[in-house]
Design a protein around this ligand. Structure first.
Ligand SMILES: Nc1ncnc2c1ncn2[C@@H]1O[C@H](COP(=O)(O)OP(=O)(O)OP(=O)(O)O)[C@@H](O)[C@H]1O
Length: 276
């Protein structure tokens, strides 16, 4: 279970992207986070696995307080958090199989990781997951030979072989055409059911959120203004989320600066996909 309490993020620029967001994600539910551009959706999802460092608040995953972990402990904890990225984050010159197996790097010794040798059971699991995502038979293709939809399936397979207890997806469909977007959302839904894990998806397209999610989180200007079953997302709720009609930002919070750098974040992204 993911439990987020009073999550606040202030970037080094002074931008307060999250004003104290609390929610839980559990079971095998599909939770879609929606909201206007700049509402803080990416920041929220990236704070969970600390690709972006939270400023304040608690993030517990299956009882472990992630914000209290040191860098080494956090790397280990990231094995439990599968991450799917908008731009796939594949290594283009590597094969589909090599990309998928990189999801197991956090489980093998440094020596094996360096030589990219994996136990037979990991390879079998990778074949299995590639079948599940509809890429059976494509394991030897290079990533740069794939379409966007196929790349995203590789990204999903890589996250799944980590055997995570939760999947996070940051705009997984926004680089894809409408048909492929549906296919990817269907795939994510199937994975949640089959693996019995929750999926938190940050998504722009409200119609996809409504079609596939069990629950909606609505962010407006860094505040969580809607948290309820998808069936409760009526026009009034959409006005609150997209126009902030009944919500005013809390300007009383003091600004705490911190020293996130782009380099830090890209290092962490690498660690998030390899568990290394
Ligand atoms: N690295 C950063 N440094 C400073 N400010 C940032 C950074 N990343 C995001 N922000 C700011 O934080 C706020 C929330 O941004 P975020 O990307 O989380 O929103 P979003 O809802 O995901 O937007 P979009 O839907 O356009 O991707 C915005 O005001 C943005 O300008």
């Amino acid at each position: 279970m993911l439990e987020v309490t009073d999550l606040r993020k202030v970037y080094a620029t002074g931008d307060e992207a999250l004003h104290g967001v609390s929610t839980t994600v559990d079971g095998n539910e599909i939770v879609a986070m929606i909201g206007p551009s700049g509402a803080g959706k990416s920041t929220f999802i990236r704070c969970i696995n600390r690709l972006t460092e939270p400023t304040e608040g608690e993030i517990r995953l299956d009882g472990t307080e992630l914000t209290a972990l040191d860098a080494g402990e956090m790397k280990a904890a990231r094995r439990n958090i599968g991450m799917v990225f908008q731009e796939y984050n594949l290594v283009e010159r590597l094969t589909v199989m090599e990309n998928v197996l990189s999801g197991r790097l956090g489980y093998v010794s440094n020596w094996a990781a360096l030589r990219r040798t994996f136990p037979q059971k990991d390879v079998e699991m990778a074949y299995d997951v590639l079948e599940t995502v509809g890429l059976g038979g494509m394991e030897n293709k290079r990533a740069d030979e794939l379409s966007g939809g196929q790349r995203q399936r590789v990204g999903i397979a890589r996250a799944v072989v980590q055997e995570p207890t939760i999947l996070l997806a940051d705009e997984p469909t926004s680089s894809l055409d409408p048909e492929t977007s549906h296919a990817v959302m269907e795939l994510l839904t199937e994975i949640a059911a089959k693996r019995d894990i929750p999926i938190l998806i940050n998504i722009h397209e409200v119609h996809l959120a409504v079609e596939y999610a069990d629950r909606i989180l609505g962010l407006h200007d860094g505040s969580l203004v809607f948290d309820g079953p998808t069936t409760d997302l009526d026009d009034n709720a959409k006005d609150v989320i997209y126009r902030g009609e009944t919500i005013a930002g809390d300007s009383s919070l003091s600004v705490v600066s911190e020293s996130d750098t782009v380099t830090d974040e890209s290092d962490r992204e690498q660690s998030a996909v390899t568990g290394d």
